[in-house]
Ligand binder design. Structure first.
Ligand SMILES: C[S@@+](CC[C@H](N)C(=O)[O-])C[C@H]1O[C@@H](n2cnc3c(N)ncnc32)[C@H](O)[C@@H]1O
Length: 373
């Protein structure tokens, strides 16, 4: 470890140039294969918003082409100028091609494809990738990338976080299978939450440590003046790793973890033996403006309450559709839809009166669920 830094959230939001670690992709994809070894078999996988020179998605899927049983791998990248990437250095892979053109590289996106054993060594792998320039800059919304989307069976990437909402709409327009990285806050988007509620989208199998991913970032972002926490950004094996909080995989590919039911205790046992101090102090409180009880932490969900419960978002990390039904969101416009009436602040966010202090308050971010009988 040569240096440590912590980058401000504002800088993070503006910068989409960070890349996923190989081990994180491998861990996630392997979970689908464990559940169903044929998840990717005979499929065309599209990796948009990628950049094979820098990204591990293309590397992983190309190296594992045969093991996954893929039919076709397509990866597209965004033009250097569109990325506004000042420190771009073309790789040898690009410059050694006969059709490499420094001007085109500036303004055009690229497509990398893997379908066959080009070098005749008996295997289809990274060395058989073929590439050329796209007509446009590789924007996922462009006609040519939309056409590739339509040809694909599964779309996999870590899209620009700043365009996550738009990116998910782009996938859902054509109802493809997908595996993408995003921020947990996306579950509150009006375009995303209904998909989660209706079991058309769920969180991936693996959980980034503490919910934070370490992405590979441009080393020139290192800024000692912004250093606040030495563990949040550092160099490792020559790569600058940068912590981003609240990161999750989002998917509609099935995996085993989502079918593992949570072990729950009865209400009585939770109050008697449970470790959650908030629950022990105040018990299960009924909301003032909705017919449901508040659950302060996932481990406090009781096994024997038949009605609606407001649970923290983190339930989605352990959500099992055979165990629970998702009813709605506890705040904002989506709360109105399920009949949450105005609270003491005049807003349709869940609220309760604390039995100990007598004060009204709104719990932080709740999803309304009911246990399946
Ligand atoms: C978070 S990075 C992830 C890169 C790579 N998929 C990975 O995880 O290693 C998002 C990438 O999307 C690219 N990008 C930004 N806007 C885009 C757009 N409209 N269309 C296609 N790619 C875009 C960025 O330049 C960046 O390389």
């Amino acid at each position: 470890m040569a240096n440590n830094t912590n980058l401000g959230a504002a800088k993070a939001a503006k910068n989409d140039e960070f890349y996923t670690q190989y081990a994180d992709i491998q861990k996630e994809v392997n979970a689908y294969l464990e559940y169903n070894p044929d998840t990717f078999r005979d499929k065309t996988v599209l990796l948009p918003c990628d950049d094979p020179e820098w990204s591990n998605f293309t590397r992983f899927f190309a190296q594992n082409f045969e093991r996954l049983g893929l039919k076709r791998l397509i990866s597209t990248s965004y033009a250097v100028e569109s990325k506004k990437y000042k420190n771009y250095q073309p790789t040898l892979f690009e410059t050694s091609s006969a059709w490499y053109d420094v001007d085109k590289t500036r303004i055009k996106g690229k497509i990398f494809e893997l379908t066959r054993d080009v070098n005749g060594n008996g295997h289809i792998d990274l060395d058989d990738l073929e590439w050329h320039y796209l007509e446009g800059d590789g924007d996922f919304r462009s006609k040519e990338v939309c056409k590739l989307r339509d040809e694909a069976d599964i779309i996999v990437t870590n899209p620009p976080f700043s365009l996550f909402r738009e990116f998910m709409e782009w996938i859902n327009e054509v109802r493809k299978q997908f595996l993408v990285i995003g921020n947990i806050n996306a579950i509150h988007y009006k375009e995303i939450f209904p998909l989660i509620r209706d079991n058309k989208m769920w969180l991936g199998s693996s959980y980034f440590n503490g919910g934070a991913a370490f992405f590979i970032a441009d080393a020139t972002l290192y800024d000692p003046d912004k250093m606040s926490n030495q563990k949040n950004a550092y160099f490792q094996n020559g790569q600058f790793l940068w912590r981003v909080n609240g990161v999750r995989w989002f998917t509609n590919l099935d995996h085993g973890r989502r079918h593992e039911a949570l072990q729950l205790m009865t209400m009585k046992d939770n109050l008697r033996y449970g470790k959650n101090k908030t629950l022990r102090d105040r018990g299960y409180i009924h909301y003032d403006n909705y017919d449901a009880i508040d659950i302060p932490a996932v481990e406090c969900i009781p096994s024997d309450y038949p009605g609606y419960m407001g649970v923290p978002d983190s339930l989605l990390d352990r959500y099992c559709p055979e165990q629970f039904e998702i009813i709605g969101l506890g705040a904002g416009d989506l709360a109105k839809e399920i009949g949450i009436v105005k609270n003491y602040r005049g807003r349709s966010d869940l609220a309760y009166t604390d039995p100990v202090s007598g004060k009204s308050s709104c719990p932080y971010s709740r999803i309304i669920i009911r246990k399946k009988q």
